[in-house]
Design a protein around this ligand. Structure first.
Ligand SMILES: *[C@@H]1O[C@H](CO)[C@@H](O)[C@H](O)[C@H]1NC(C)=O
Ligand SMILES: *[C@@H]1O[C@H](CO)[C@@H](O)[C@H](O)[C@H]1NC(C)=O
Ligand SMILES: *[C@@H]1O[C@H](CO)[C@@H](O)[C@H](O)[C@H]1NC(C)=O
Ligand SMILES: *[C@@H]1O[C@H](CO)[C@@H](O)[C@H](O)[C@H]1NC(C)=O
Length: 260
């Protein structure tokens, strides 16, 4: 019996060792650079579900790359996308806020193209099951994740963490129903995306979406999942470990239900 248990133990652990993650930087579209991570593709599982990760105001950083690794460990093909461009993000908060403002000011053109570029890239991978693609995003990236759902192009699940919840500017887009399932995590004390914007978002979802879930965290400010954000000293933005942990757990349940 012990021998059996040991042999099961060793086959599982060696199976784990034989399945490391594959990681690479990917240049795609026009000057964008993303980070792709996935389990080694095996014959038994030729197609896998995939998740696009949209970055916060900082541009793609180790934070998003690490989220991609965590998702790959759960069995997804994970792609930390880029919407700033290879030479985009700066070292300073002010610089990154400027870029973000410029791109958000061009939400229906520049940003839309860059969000769709990530979608096109992930769809081009022959080991991705194009019927099982989801997206997640942080702050500004939450808006990107929700916009991809609004584009109604076949995304199955979209998650926003303390995302910007503003409606899409074009009336025609506003009229379309959203068939993608949506999960939004919001800090109750968020002053960057305040509770009025949150209410408008819920109204938009009531009007347009058949499957949405809105989770609100007590005592959580903006950027509550961004470990280290306190160092930036941005008013109204702070890490909240409990809200961060819970939102990540609930995201896993939601994505598994829709994509695994
Ligand atoms: C939109 O992009 C154009 C071209 O890059 C730029 O000139 C303009 O200032 C941007 N709009 C906003 C509102 O930032
Ligand atoms: C929801 O639909 C109602 C009725 O059509 C409309 O008046 C309202 O502006 C919509 N709200 C949002 C946030 O889209
Ligand atoms: C869009 O979704 C709303 C809310 O779920 C629903 O009442 C309405 O019938 C849908 N409209 C269309 C055109 O499917
Ligand atoms: C959050 O998760 C980490 C890692 O699992 C754990 O060490 C920590 O105690 C958790 N904190 C809270 C407040 O839940």
């Amino acid at each position: 019996m012990l021998k059996l248990i040991l042999s099961i133990y060793f086959s599982l652990s060696s199976c784990y060792c034989k399945n490391p993650l594959v990681e690479k930087l990917v240049d795609y579209s026009n000057n964008l650079q993303g980070f792709l991570v996935h389990p080694v593709i095996q014959k038994q599982i030729p197609k896998r579900p995939a998740i696009i990760i949209f970055h916060a105001f900082t541009g793609r950083t180790e934070f998003e790359n690490e989220k991609a690794r965590s998702l790959a460990k759960l069995g997804y093909v994970a792609f930390a996308a880029d919407t700033y461009g290879k030479t985009g993000s700066t070292e300073t908060i002010e610089g990154n806020f400027e870029i973000m403002k410029h791109i958000l000011g061009n939400r229906t053109t520049i940003l839309r193209e860059r969000i769709l570029a990530a979608w096109t890239f992930i769809n081009s991978l022959d080991f991705v099951d194009s019927n099982r693609i989801g997206s997640i995003g942080y702050c500004y990236g939450g808006l990107c994740s929700l916009d991809l759902a609004r584009f109604e192009i076949g995304l199955k699940a979209a998650v926003s963490f303390h995302g910007t919840l503003l409606k899409y500017p074009e009336e025609s887009e506003n009229l379309k129903n959203i068939s993608c399932a949506i999960q939004a995590h919001h800090g109750d004390l968020d002053i960057h995306t305040n509770n009025e914007e949150a209410s408008n978002f819920i109204e938009e979802m009531r009007n347009r979406s058949m499957d949405w879930q809105f989770l609100r965290y007590s005592n959580a400010e903006h950027a509550f999942t961004l470990f280290g954000v306190d160092d930036f000293k941005i008013p109204g933005a702070s890490y909240n470990e409990k809200a961060s942990n819970r939102s990540w757990s609930y995201m896993q349940v939601f994505l598994a239900e829709k994509l695994l």
